[in-house]
Design a protein around this ligand. Structure first.
Ligand SMILES: Cc1cc2nc3c(=O)[nH]c(=O)nc-3n(C[C@H](O)[C@H](O)[C@H](O)COP(=O)(O)OP(=O)(O)OC[C@H]3O[C@@H](n4cnc5c(N)ncnc54)[C@H](O)[C@@H]3O)c2cc1C
Length: 419
């Protein structure tokens, strides 16, 4: 399709506006809260999101930046951005944004074979497949290349054994991207391979992990003799780090990926609005000058985060900013999120320490959000690792010492539980 065949962004925006107001409802509780209180409610939310994704597909608005041959619209990130701006205030398939569309489908687009893309991307765009990331392991999530899950060649397939952890939504997800070790006789980055596999199968035991806030969305998986056909390998054998590095890029871009449909407002702030304003109003502090200073700081951080992430995501991995620049956005969004959560907590006053969920409105969420604030510096790769990437890859500072560099992975010393 030539550039002149592409609908201009403003006409697309008007079409999207009309369609959204006719086919979607206003944003509700399920859009604003990532996890429900009970499994039944969460499954209902997941099914609602699958149905919403199908509605987008049937309406001709799914996969805006995905190639047409895989069921997408073949349009540009500017079209996706226009759609996301029009979506502000409306319901959307929030549980499918991350990790299904970014990083998982983005990785599939970058490295999958034509057959793999034709098999899966149309199903993803219709809400029929939800994807998860089998990346972190009990031995550590930061050292991604140190994966211990093994994949051993067996005829025309592979046998996988090992365990993965912290996998969001695995208990109801359909497919996973899985990083596994296929060669133990070369240094760690050179012996990895990426596979895709159905999650709900007998060789995979899934256990739920309860977080501090009571959510059991995170899962741990134990893989025992899981057979994966070679046709479900993504990228070349032992070249999983090439796939993995791009995977990290898409993970750091996350919700701001041009492959993700989610509401943003035209002036740069996320649709959820400023919790600081709502909390200050409820706490009777909206006219207080110190409180207004905090609200201003929170608002500024929100605007800068959104603009920075938009700029980095628009540049793409092939730009002169390069793939590693996504670490700048990852670091800033994590740190600024912690600060904004702390500001809301401060504004909430006593309610932040002891709250009544039914009576205390927006302020009631501040205490738990404060306790959970560090997760925004951990999920999607930690901010410490982003600092390393920025220092070493963008600023050219000396690399941190790594005793396992250049050593065959089999010979790298490991603790007794990591053999
Ligand atoms: C909300 C949430 C959702 C998640 N979803 C998924 C998912 O779907 N799939 C998945 O695979 N994982 C997921 N994770 C896991 C996440 O990717 C890991 O928790 C993260 O990569 C850190 O790994 P770890 O917890 O094992 O900590 P570790 O790697 O053990 O690190 C512990 C601490 O040491 C620091 N550290 C480690 N190495 C270095 C270093 N070289 N330099 C400086 N500091 C270092 C880390 O920054 C961290 O603070 C999720 C996590 C959260 C919080």
């Amino acid at each position: 399709m030539s550039a002149s065949d592409i609908e201009d962004v403003e006409s697309f925006r008007l079409r999207a506006r009309a369609w959204i107001s006719e086919h979607l409802g206003p944003a509700g509780y399920a859009d604003l809260h990532p996890f429900a209180d009970t499994d039944e409610e969460e499954l209902a939310n997941a099914n609602r999101d699958r149905a919403l994704q199908r509605r987008l597909f049937d309406g001709g608005f799914a996969g805006i930046c995905f190639p047409r041959e895989y069921g997408g619209l073949g349009l540009t990130p500017a079209h996706q951005r226009a759609f996301n701006e029009e979506l502000a205030g409306w319901e959307y398939p929030s549980r499918l944004a991350v990790p299904t569309f970014s990083p998982c489908t983005a990785v599939l687009l970058d490295f999958g074979t034509d057959e793999q893309k034709r098999r899966h991307i149309p199903r993803i765009l219709k809400g029929e497949e939800v994807w998860c990331q089998f990346l972190s392991e009990p031995s550590g999530g930061s050292d991604v290349a140190g994966a211990l899950t093994s994949a051993v060649r067996d005829g025309d397939g592979w046998i996988l054994n090992g365990s993965k952890v912290w996998t969001s939504t695995a208990w109801w997800g359909d497919w996973a991207l899985c990083l596994a070790r296929t060669n133990w006789d070369v240094p760690k980055h050179q012996g990895l391979t990426v596979f895709m596999l159905p999650i709900q199968q007998s060789g995979i035991e899934i256990r739920r992990i309860e977080r501090l806030n009571g959510s059991t969305e995170s899962c741990e998986e134990f893989l025992t003799d899981v057979r994966v056909p070679d046709s479900d390998r993504i990228g070349a054998v032992d070249d999983g780090w090439t796939v993995g590095s791009r995977w990290m890029y898409h993970e750091r871009v996350g919700h701001n990926s041009p492959y993700v449909t989610r509401p943003v407002t035209a002036f740069g702030a996320a649709r959820r609005g400023s919790p600081a304003v709502r909390v200050a109003r409820e706490a009777g502090l909206i006219a207080d000058s110190a409180a207004r200073g905090l609200i201003g700081e929170s608002r500024m951080l929100q605007l800068v985060t959104e603009s920075l992430l938009h700029r980095l995501a628009s540049a793409g991995p092939g730009s002169n900013l390069g793939e590693h620049a996504a670490a700048v956005g990852r670091l800033f969004s994590g740190v600024s999120s912690v600060r904004r959560t702390s500001i809301a907590f401060e504004l909430a006053g006593d309610i932040g320490a002891a709250w009544d969920e039914d009576e205390d409105g927006a302020a009631a969420e501040c205490g738990m959000n404060f306790l959970m604030r560090q997760t925004t510096c951990i999920g999607g790769g930690t901010t410490e690792i982003s600092r390393n990437v920025i220092a070493e890859r963008l600023l050219g500072m000396p690399r941190e010492p790594a005793p396992d560099r250049g050593v065959p992975f089999r010979e790298v010393p490991r603790g007794p539980r990591q053999r």
